[in-house]
Structure formats: C-alpha cells, structure tokens
Design a protein around this ligand. Structure first.
Ligand code: NDP
Length: 483
C-alpha cells in the first residue's frame, strides 16, 4: 500500500516524484512506498490550507464540532482497517492496535466535538463594562507526530486544531504513514471542505523542517523525542510561532512498602512493557521499597518471563516487534551499556524467543528485559531507551524515593503504588512531572492536562488546554455607560 500526500482534497505524489520505502518491522518486508515530500510540497500544502482557512474559520464552533463527529463516524466504520494498518506499520499487536490506537483515534474526535458543546461564553463583568473573550483561530498550524501511537497522537492534535477553526499541514512519522492516509480518506469520503486537512509524508529533516520554517504556519504542535524537540524550538521560537512540545520521558513506577503487591506487579508490567515500552509514559524505572523488593522482583521477573513476544496478528501476542531493526539496535546498545555500568540482566536482553510462537527472523523482536543492580543515576537508569527495558532500584525512605524519581532530566509521568492514598497523594505532589497515577497507569480522562516538565516538554494538551493552544484569545472590552 502506497502513502501519497493529501493536499487540497486530492491524493498526490510528491512534487519531484520521489518516494521512500515503507517497511513492516514485524517481517522486514517492504510493503509500499511513501511520498518523500520536501519544501516544494510544503509550499503547495500551505497554499491550500491558506485558501481554505477563511471559510473554515467562518463556521461556528458547533458546526465544526459536527464535522468532528462525522470524522469520528467515518473512522469508526473503518476501525478494523485502522488497527490493521497501525499494526502493519508499527509491528504492535493487532489486539492492542484495536483496543488502544483505533479506539482512541475515534474517541479523540468525539471528545473534542463534545467539548465544543460544553463551552460557556467567557465573559468578565466590570461595574461599567463587559469583557468578552473570543477564541480566534491561529490560521494554518503545523502538526508533527511520532511513530509509536501514530493516529492516536495525530488525531489528538487534528481534532482540537480543526475545532478552533484552524487549517492543518501535518506530517506523521515516515515510519508510520498508513493511518494518516486513512484519516485523509475519511475526510474525503465525508466531504470535509478541501484544504482543511493536508498531510505530507517524508523525512523529518526535509518536510518536517520545511513546515517548521514556513512563515505562514503560525503554530507548531510537536510530539517526539527531546533532541528533536530542542531543534524544533530553536527553529520555530525565533519566528515567534506558538509552540507545544510533547517530548520524551523516563518515568518512575514507585512501589511503597504498603503496596498491594499483586496489583503493583501487574501495574509495573503494564507500565513497563505496553507497546513494547514504546510509550512516552512508560514506567521504565521501577523504584521499590527495600523491605518488599526481593519478593516484588521475584514476581515481576516471573510475570515478564511469561509474556508472549510474537507476531502482531497472533491473538496471544503481548509484545510485538519494535518499530525498526535500527531502533532495536539502539535498545540493545542500552542493554549493553547497562551491563557495562554494573547491571545484572534478570530476564530478557535477547532476540531469541522462548515462547510458544516464533516470530519472523527478519522482524525487530526483543524479549522484555529487566536490569537490576544499577545506580539510579546511571545512564541506563536515566536516559530514555523507548523499548522493552526496565531498571529496578531500591529505596529505604519516602525522601529517597522522591529524590530518585526526580533524578532525571525528564518529567512526564509516573505511578505510585500504595494502599495509603493520602500518603501516595502527598508523595505525588513532590514528583517533578506532569502526571502521576496512583494505583493505576495510563488511566486517562481526556479533559485533564497532558504534558511534561523539565526536558519532557513545554505546554499542555488535553481538554481546554488544547483549545487554548490552538486559538488566540481576543478580549473585547465594551464600555456600557456613556457619560
Ligand atoms: P522523533 O523526535 O525522532 O520524531 C518525531 C517527529 O519529528 C517525526 O515525525 C520526525 O520525522 C519529525 N522530525 C524529525 N526531525 C525533524 C526536523 N528537523 N524538523 C521537523 N520534524 C522532524 O521521535 P520518534 O518518532 O522517534 O518518537 C519517539 C519519541 O517521541 C520518544 O522520545 C517519545 O518519548 C516521544 N513521544 C512523546 C510523547 C509525549 O506525549 N510526550 C508521546 C509519544 C512519543 P521522521 O520520523 O521522518 O524522522
């Protein structure tokens, strides 16, 4: 299946006709080509978005919310197709793609449609005047997204950007183009006005860079790695573009001495290994109270040993392929570093599969890996690996747990496991991060703020935070009494 650009309501090749191969990471097979867009393609897409923006902005927010609902309906009809394409592009288990990626992509459109219907006018009365805050569109916005949750993350930006009256030029990761194309097919099928959504495929440093630099794009919403985010900021900030940066994480799973051990083990496995550990929110550092550490670790290793790593389309597969062989090699280099830094591999660390299913030898597979015995300040314990690798660290006091949790450059998420909710809440407030879950993980209410501190990002998305980012408030102050 080939991924073409979608510009002005038409699927087109890149301007110079160049393409890239699209590889299925579970098999190593080339499954199609992707348009390799560059600056000239961005020019055409921005022109289309500029042409469309006046009419789109002229619709009421409720009319645009109806369009979001139609998008959700169209995606819902193609839910299985979304899951199949996402699984093929990423190597993730099909069951996971159905449950998480496909469902959440639909939900994102529905959620923001409903948010629109709950908006109250923003009015501030003075004794002699009334202030009315209008939320104006920015104009054309650039959306750049990664490969780990392709349509899930893209739709999380597309829906609020459209709702607030903007038109879009989006670039998904070149490794996962297929569901962005599906979204465009739905837009076309439902008759979304042309030019409102434009999607360009290709390499970040080529087409992504041209989006960042285009003077007519007023805002950039970027999700990806911290190093890329730094470059995005350095390029876009001097042009005074509005910026939202959702970046990397190295999140702590903190298991207190009073935790329900079974729940904590199950939670730590889910947090550590969902999507092969390729979620920015993954709990890749497990901090456990020394008094329960041995038993917790024994149960954790047992659970991880039992995980089935296999072909994405096998219903029993819990961990599929990683995104690419190159990424697998990067993850393996961190495992080697962990050993060099004094760590002991308790399980995993190998491509060799021991479970009942044998995935393709050409696929990017790695057994889920637990490393013990590292300093909590080691590189392996503090740098984002973004694969199925967790490290375990022991603490003796709450203060030590907090110090360990805060000892990375990242601050995106984390979880605390305890039967004392007040104690957990009190610790949560001292973690330098954007989200902390207590006795759960990745339990999302889409109305709440999502984003990180420190090197995990700038700004928040979710609910009214997304509406705020994708709009410019205009305050009109009307003096009532003429004297
Ligand atoms: P990257 O930072 O490599 O890429 C993200 C996107 O940016 C891709 O579309 C990429 O294109 C593009 N890009 C790369 N270089 C440039 C450039 N010079 N100008 C413009 N765009 C560019 O991240 P990954 O795709 O590897 O995703 C994994 C990372 O994303 C992890 O660090 C993870 O933590 C983070 N992430 C953060 C989330 C959050 O909400 N905080 C959620 C999910 C992931 P291309 O693919 O062609 O290189």
């Amino acid at each position: 299946m080939n991924a073409l650009n979608y510009i002005d309501g038409i699927f087109v090749d890149s301007v110079d006709g160049s393409t890239l191969p699209n590889v299925n990471p579970a098999t190593g097979e080339v499954i199609g080509t992707i348009a390799r867009s560059k600056k000239a393609d961005v020019e055409v897409a921005v022109h289309a978005a500029m042409q469309a923006r006046k009419d789109w902005a002229a619709l009421s927010m409720l009319e645009r919310a109806d369009w979001l609902d139609r998008m959700a309906d169209g995606l819902e009809q193609r839910k299985e197709d979304i899951a199949q394409r996402e699984s093929t592009d990423t190597g993730k288990p099909l069951a996971l793609a159905r449950r998480v990626d496909a469902q959440r992509s639909i939900d994102n459109f529905r959620f923001f449609a409903n948010v629109a219907r709950q908006q109250e006018p923003e009015v501030f009365e003075m004794s002699d005047a009334t202030n009315v805050v209008h939320r104006n569109p920015i104009g054309v916005v650039g959306l750049i997204t990664p490969w780990n949750l392709p349509l899930y993350l893209l739709s999380w930006k597309v829906a609020p950007a459209l709702l607030m009256g903007n038109t879009i030029v989006a670039k998904p990761s070149e490794m996962t183009p297929l569901t962005a194309s599906l979204m465009c097919e739905v837009a076309s099928d439902i008759g979304l006005p042309v030019g409102v959504i434009n999607v360009l495929h290709g390499y970040g440093p080529e087409v992504g860079q041209a989006i960042l630099e285009h003077p007519s794009i007023g805002a950039i919403s970027f999700t990806g790695g911290t190093a890329t985010g730094r470059h995005v900021a350095a390029t876009a900030a001097p042009m005074f573009k509005k910026l939202s940066l959702e970046l990397g994480g190295k999140n702590a799973t903190i298991v207190l001495d009073d935790a329900d051990l079974d729940a904590a083990v199950e939670g730590a496995v889910r947090a550590g290994f969902t999507n092969g550990g390729q979620v920015c929110l993954c709990g890749s550092r497990i901090l456990v109270h020394r008094s329960i550490a041995d038993e917790f670790t024994r149960q954790l290793v047992e659970s991880v040993d039992a995980m089935i790593c296999g072909p994405p389309d096998d219903p029993s597969t819990q961990i599929g392929a990683l995104i690419s062989v190159e990424h697998l090699q990067k993850v393996e280099s961190y495992i080697e570093l962990g050993v060099e830094e004094g760590g002991t591999i308790l399980t995993g660390g190998t491509r060799k599969m021991t479970g009942p299913i044998t995935p393709s030898g050409e696929g990017a597979y790695l057994r889920p890996t637990i490393i013990d015995g590292l300093e909590h300040t080691a590189r392996t314990s503090t740098e984002e690996i973004f694969g199925p690798v967790v490290t375990i660290h022991r603490f003796d006091s709450e203060e030590e747990a907090i110090e360990m949790a805060n000892s990375t450059e990242y601050g995106l998420a984390g979880s605390i496991w305890s039967t004392d909710l007040d104690r957990a809440h009190s610790i949560a407030k001292q973690i330098e991060t954007g989200i902390i879950w207590v006795n759960t993980w990745l339990h999302r209410d889409l109305r709440t703020p999502f984003g990180g501190v420190k090197n995990s990002g700038v700004g928040r998305e979710g609910g009214r935070w997304s509406l705020g980012f994708f709009s410019e408030p205009l305050n009109v102050c009307i003096k009532r009494d003429q004297e």
